[in-house]
Design a protein around this ligand. Structure first.
Ligand code: NAI
Ligand code: OAA
Length: 291
């Protein structure tokens, strides 16, 4: 190792990195992006982790890269580095954009986040058109259709690879249902379909595994709590934030399912907001095989 600069040493390490998938997180310095970067660095299916943002990626990258797990971490700052951040990626996770404040709906984020997601998806269609794309940025009910239009225009649209992340609704539903039933949440699987905003979030309480039943009061309580889970956190944080930690957990659970699907595992089926066969709703959260 004598005579090598620290950059050369890092490059040696990168070349000798473990086999696995290459994952980019766009918006890696944010409230979701940071814990998501931490958790993805711990995922044994990831060999290379690219952290992209328009702010603070050198610090986040330095911090996360010190973790003694296999994935090689590289940081990218600003739009001039988007090409390098995306080239060769198998999975791109997008938690960039603006989150809402108390009193706002997710739709209030549309004007800013739509433009950001559009620009990033134009980059994806140029630099890693075959990657699976996980969209977290709100309003998911609109950002996923925007991404689809960008990919269609570029001729790179693959409806199987564009997935709106609604896993937090499932994670919340599993937690709240388990509380009512007195079970460990790990034993509960609640399908949640529809969309990712208020009444469009539809927990299928009759389809839970294991089979169970509820009183009408329990059904009303659970439906309302699951539909308003995001608002519950926004109000509890009282202007100082929104769901970031539970979202990062949910995003990693979903990303891991995508990577297992890419690896060829059978029966990896999760809920996601995707192009739909329901004619009146061209996009709909449904149970979907992850590849
Ligand atoms: N799908 C879901 O279930 C959930 C979605 N969200 C959404 O996720 C999004 C991100 O939330 P947070 O991380 O809490 O927000 P945040 O404001 O903490 O972080 C957003 C990050 O995006 C970056 N960013 C801004 N413009 C960018 C651009 N042009 N390119 C790349 N990065 C850019 C910012 O620098 C920042 O680091 C919000 O839209 C929020 O509503 C939040 C919770 C749950
Ligand atoms: O409520 C928000 O704005 C963030 C979000 O989507 C959620 O927590 O489900």
């Amino acid at each position: 190792m004598e005579g090598k600069t620290s950059l050369e040493l890092q490059n040696c390490r990168a070349k000798g990195g473990s086999s696995g998938f290459k994952v980019a997180i766009l918006g890696a310095s944010g409230g979701i992006g940071q814990p998501l970067s931490l958790l993805m660095k711990m995922n044994p299916l990831v060999s290379v982790l690219h952290l992209y943002d328009v702010a603070n990626t050198p610090g986040v990258t330095s911090d996360v890269s010190h973790m003694d797990t296999s994935a090689v971490v590289r940081g990218f700052l600003g739009s001039q580095q988007l090409e390098n951040a995306l080239t060769g990626m198998d999975l791109v996770i997008i938690p960039d954009g603006v989150p809402r404040k108390p009193g706002m709906t997710r739709d209030d984020l549309f004007n800013i986040n739509a433009g950001i997601v559009k620009t990033l998806c134009e980059g994806i269609s140029k630099y890693c058109p075959d990657a699976i794309v996980n969209i977290i940025s709100n309003p998911v009910n609109s950002t996923v259709p925007i991404a689809a239009e960008v990919f269609k225009k570029a001729g790179t649209y693959n409806p199987k690879k564009l997935l709106g992340v609604t896993m937090l609704d499932v994670v919340r539903a599993n937690t709240f249902v388990a509380e009512v039933l007195g079970l460990d949440p790990k034993e509960v699987d609640v399908p949640v379909v529809g969309g990712h905003a208020g009444v469009t979030i539809l927990p299928l309480l009759s389809q839970i595994k294991p089979p169970c039943s509820f009183t009408s009061e329990e059904t009303a309580y659970l439906t309302s709590r699951i539909q308003n889970g995001g608002t519950e956190v926004v109000e509890a944080k009282a202007g100082a934030g929104y769901a970031t930690l539970s979202m990062a957990y949910a995003a990693v659970k979903f990303a891991d399912a995508c990577l297992r699907g890419l690896r060829g595992d059978a029966n990896v089926i999760k809920c996601a907001f995707v192009p739909s066969v329901v004619k009146s709703h061209p996009y709909f959260t449904q149970l979907k095989s992850t590849v």
